[in-house]
Design a protein. Structure first.
Length: 134
């Protein structure tokens, strides 16, 4: 069986162009986490006193944290959020909109993420995603 994958662009989150979709996708992630009994991001957001969009801009704008968005046919369909300490990036979240999961080659997306992180001086990557469904 031949599987054709769509082209995916992995780029650094830009609040001017990507904020609406990032807010929607991260909100979906929060809902899933709450259904599984977790509320990490929702609790932090509620304690911040900011709007959801302001919170995401502040969170992704810190010098030690960043987000990358995944774009297919001009639609942001996923993201990864990570913290950086010296040459180590720790991926804290990775979310793909369910309808897109079968349309992409995740190995290529991961290679693009690694390339983006290398461009920021990262040499080592670790995953620290708390709510993996095991």
């Amino acid at each position: 069986m031949l599987i054709l994958f769509e082209a995916v662009l992995v780029k650094e989150f830009n609040s001017d162009t990507d904020l609406g979709r990032l807010a929607e996708l991260w909100g979906n992630l929060c809902m899933i986490q709450q259904m599984r009994g977790g509320s990490h991001w929702m609790e932090k957001y509620q304690k911040s006193g900011l709007t959801w969009s302001e919170y995401l801009i502040k969170l992704t704008g810190l010098p030690e944290s960043k987000a990358l968005v995944f774009i297919m046919k001009e639609v942001v369909f996923g993201f990864t959020f990570f913290t950086i300490e010296k040459d180590l990036a720790t991926i804290r979240e990775f979310y793909l909109e369910p309808g897109y999961k079968d349309k992409l080659n995740t190995d290529l997306v991961i290679e693009d993420i690694k390339s983006q992180l290398r461009n920021q001086g990262v040499q080592f990557i670790e995953f620290d995603i708390k709510d993996l469904p095991i």
